[in-house]
Write a protein that binds this ligand. Sequence first.
Ligand code: NAP
Length: 472
Amino acid sequence: MRLTANEVGELNPLGGSNPLVSALITVVPLVIERLEELVLTFRIAIVGAGPAGYFAALALQNSATDERNFAIDMIERLPTPWGLVRSGVAPDHPKIKTVSKVFEKIATAENFRLFSNVELGSDVAMSDLVERYDAVVIATGSSLGRKLGIPGEDLRGSLSAADFVPWYNAHPDFANLDVPLDTDTAVVIGAGNVAMDVARMLALDPTEFDPTDTADHAIVAFKKSSVRRVILCARRGPEHAAFTSPELRELPKLEHTNVLMSKDEVSAALSRIGDDAEKDVKNNLGAMELITQKEPTSHARTLEFEFFLTPLEIHGSDRVTEIVLGINKIENGTIVATGEMKTIKCGLVVSAIGYSAEPIMGVPYAKGKVENVEGRVGETNIYTVGWAKRGPSGVIGTNKSDASDVIKLLVENLPNSPKEKDDIEDLLYDKKVVSQSHWEKINAAEVLAGEFHGKPRNKSANVEELLRLGGL
Ligand code: NAP
C-alpha cells in the first residue's frame, strides 16, 4: 500500500510545511515505483494443480531475486486444486494429505493466480499459453490406467484403479462409475502402493470410512458391499514387490481385517536375496515377516497376498465371474511361467498396474509421458514436471526435487527480458473460473460440512455444486 502525500504529511512530526520533507514525500514514491519497474516479471503458466504443479510454483517463488520475479498462473481442469492429494491419496491416510497446507501457502503468496475449472484443449489452447507466457509447465500427471490387455478385461466388474480410486475420492468424472460390490471375492492385480490402497479400501470395515473424507456415494456402496475376501495378486515374488514398507507395516494393525501372507513365500524370498540386497527390499521383507507373524483372528474380512500369478483371462458372460492366472516361478533369477494355472471365482477385478499420461494437443507424447529431455520439451518454452514428465513413480515428496531441477533449467533458459503479452483472462471472460478466493470458499464449506460429521471434510463430487459453494 502506498500513502498519498497528504497522508504522509499527516505522519510528518515536523509538520506538513517543511520543504525538504515535502520534496521527499514526492520523490521517494516515484523512486520506489521506478525500482519496481526495473524488476523483470516473467509470466509462467503451470497446467495442473497437483503436487508437481505446486512444487513447480514453489521452485519459481524460491528462484525470485531482487531483479527478477515470476507471475504464476496455475490452470486446472477441475473446479478444485490439489490433484492426487484430493483424488488419489487413500482417505484412510489423512496425514499424507496435510501437504495441502504447503500448497495453500504457495497459492496465497504474491503473484500467484489460480484458474480452476479451466481445461487446456477446450477452454484455452496450448498455443494460447505458449504465446502469452514466457514459459509453460505441464504438470498434468498420468491419469489413464494401463490395461492388462487380456480377454474379458472389458466385462462389467473389471475396473482400473485409475477409475476406482477417483470414484471413492469424489472425483466428479467418476461419481457415477459402476462398481459392483455384490460379490464375496474381489481380486486386485498389481504389487504397488496403488494396488495396496485399493485392496485395503475393499477390505476395511466400512465404518472405518465414517471419520474420513471418502466420497459419500462410496461410503454408501461400501456399507452395502458383500466383499469379504480381497486377494491381491503379484506377478513376481515378495522381494520384487513395489510396495513401500510404511504401507506394509500398517497392515498388521488393521482392526477389522485379517491380513494373510504365506510365511513360506516370505522366507523363500528372504533366502533368495543376498546381504547386498537394496535397503528397501530388506525393509519390505521385514515388514512382510511381521504380517506373517500376526495370529489370524476371527474377522469376517480378509486381505490375502498371492505371489507369482500373472492374469491371463477374465471370464463371465455379462459380468466378471472368475479370473484365470498363470502360475510363475523363479528360474536362475528370472520369472518364468510354469504352464500351470489357477482360477479364482470373483465378481470384481481391479487392476492397479500403473498409469500413462493423457495426451494434450500440441505437446509431443511418447511411452505414456510428455516427450522431454530433463523436463524441457524440445527447444521450446514448454517444460514438464511430475508424472507427466517421468511417468508414474515416486511419492508426493519426489515431486519437490523433480520440480526444482526442471525450474532451474527453465530459469536458465529464460530470455533476457519478458515478452509483452495479453492476459489469459481475456480468453476466459465467459467462463466460470474458480480463482483462489473461490476455491477458499469451497474449501471452507467442505471442511465445515465435514466437521458436522466428524470428518476432515465432506467432499462434493458434483461440479455445479462445487461452483455454487465457490459463489459462482
Ligand atoms: P507401481 O509402484 O509401479 O506398481 C505397479 C505394479 O503393477 C507392479 O507391481 C508391477 O509388477 C505390476 N504390473 C505391471 N504390469 C502388470 C501386468 N501386466 N500384470 C500384472 N502386474 C503388472 O505403480 P502404482 O502402484 O500405480 O504406484 C505409482 C506410484 O505412486 C508409485 O511410485 C507408488 O509408490 C506411488 N504411491 C504411493 C503411495 C503412498 O505413498 N502411500 C500410494 C499410492 C501410490 P512388476 O514389478 O512385475 O512390473
